[in-house]
Design a protein around this ligand. Structure first.
Ligand code: CAA
Length: 389
């Protein structure tokens, strides 16, 4: 947290930020490199994060959450991601892509059954929209849900599901009426122990390697009517509304990676000597640091602004799509810029697994891709500004 930030933080904000920082430093930092290397899911630390209230920060206590606001969520997430983006994305998806959708569109029985175990961290939640042939163009999905009496029968293959190999509950989107295109998409809540639900191929990834990502396969998987989230045909709007929240989380993840890259570079520039002086005294290095710092502070302001917009939208139909997409676009490109500069500033050692900047470099890239690529964010922002949607 920068001392230049203008946002007035309450004692509660400072408390969760400091708790997340301490947890990340004491519990995650010692294992981050090892789990990155093995690609093993860090279940023990994720469970502990659940016990600390980090897995459902904005969910009311009545449903197992911490009952805090959006600024508290981004502050905590930033601290976790500053140490390890893998733990960060598991936390982000659980909070914003899973819990947020059920909070906003779930019935009371759905909140009791599907929200409480996940917000309290006892179970892990996932969000499944993407398919092998439907990524950025999310409205063209091929998976099908067909009503059969008091049940729906789900069929098809989903891909790139964060926490797919471990999630106990999934919010997933299926086409119920292909002729209606995006207006024919419906959202469902699926328990992972249902017959016909199969976890597919696990993705071997460049970065965020300790987070588990996989395909999900539905083979005549039957869910009762009460597992439908919202009405038939509401699915695309639910998916997009949830992504507005999710993108603030990914922006915070990017900010954490950028800050970690910057702080490592600053320390190295102060201590490493070349040509008889500290490398930070060379303008080629110091100007890089200045650009990193400026972009980080700008990202922070965009993210906190988006968090405030989301907070103020609660209980209203007001959208914060523009704030969320601008924050995600700028912060993710800042993460990539800072991680790239960090490796360059470190030189040879920056390319080695002996220091974590090579991990930051690998982790940063995904923030420009998932939950809407930078190109999709530019589409959303420009359409909004031009009044095209
Ligand atoms: N909130 C509410 N409604 C929205 C909305 C939003 N943010 N965005 C669009 N809509 C509504 C529109 O108002 C429109 O409604 P009407 O039909 O009533 O007019 C409807 O949805 C269709 O909107 P568009 O015409 O804009 O739709 P489009 O087909 O042109 O696509 C898009 C829009 C922005 C490109 C969208 O498809 C998109 O965001 N694509 C990216 C998908 C994405 O982010 N995927 C990531 C998946 S999650 C992940 O990464 C994995 C993980 O586990 C982390």
């Amino acid at each position: 947290m920068s001392d230049t930030a203008l946002f007035p933080l309450t004692d509660e904000h400072k408390m969760i930020r400091d708790a997340a920082r301490d947890f990340a430093t004491n519990e995650i930092a010692p294992i981050a490199a090892e789990f990155d290397e093995s690609g093993e899911f860090p279940l023990k630390t994720i469970k502990k994060m659940g016990e600390m209230g980090f897995m459902g920060i904005e969910v009311p206590e009545a449903y197992g959450g911490a009952g805090m606001d959006t600024l508290a969520y981004v502050l905590a997430l930033e601290e976790i991601c500053k140490v390890d983006a893998s733990h960060g994305v598991i936390m982000s998806v659980n909070n914003s892509l899973y819990c947020h959708g059920i909070m906003n569109f779930g019935t009371e029985p759905q909140k009791q059954k599907f929200l409480t175990p996940v917000a309290s961290g006892k179970a892990i939640g996932a969000y499944s929209l993407t398919e092998p042939m439907s990524g950025s163009d999310a409205g063209t999905m091929r998976t099908r849900a067909v009503r059969d009496g008091e049940e729906y029968v789900l069929n098809g293959r989903k891909s790139w599901v964060t926490s797919g190999p471990v999630a106990e509950y999934i919010v997933a989107f299926f086409m119920t009426d292909p002729e209606k295109k995006h207006k024919g998409i419906t959202a469902f809540l699926v328990e992972a122990d249902r017959p016909g639900f199969v976890r597919g191929k696990k993705e071997p990834k460049l970065g965020i390697r300790a987070s588990a990502t996989s395909e999900l396969v539905f083979e005549d998987c039957r869910v009762p009517l009460e597992n439908r989230l919202g009405e038939e045909g509401d699915g695309f709007k639910i998916a997009m509304t949830v992504l507005d929240a999710g993108r603030i989380g990914i922006a915070s993840q990017a900010l954490g990676i950028a800050e970690a890259s910057y702080e490592a570079s600053l320390a190295y520039a102060r201590e490493r000597e070349a040509f008889g002086q500290k490398i930070g005294e060379f303008q080629g290095i110091s100007f890089k640091l200045a650009d990193m710092k400026t972009r980080i502070e700008a990202s922070r302001l965009l993210i906190y602004n988006a968090a405030m917009a989301k907070q103020q939208s609660k209980g209203t139909a007001k959208r914060y799509t523009l704030q969320s997409s601008t924050a995600k676009l700028f912060a993710s490109e800042t993460a990539m810029f800072c991680a790239h500069a960090a490796v360059q500033i470190h030189g040879g050692i920056g390319y080695s697994k002996e220091v974590p900047v090579e991990r930051y470099f690998r982790d940063a890239k995904i923030t420009e891709i998932y939950e809407g690529t930078s190109e999709i964010q530019r589409l959303v922002i420009s359409r909004s500004e031009l009044g095209l949607r």
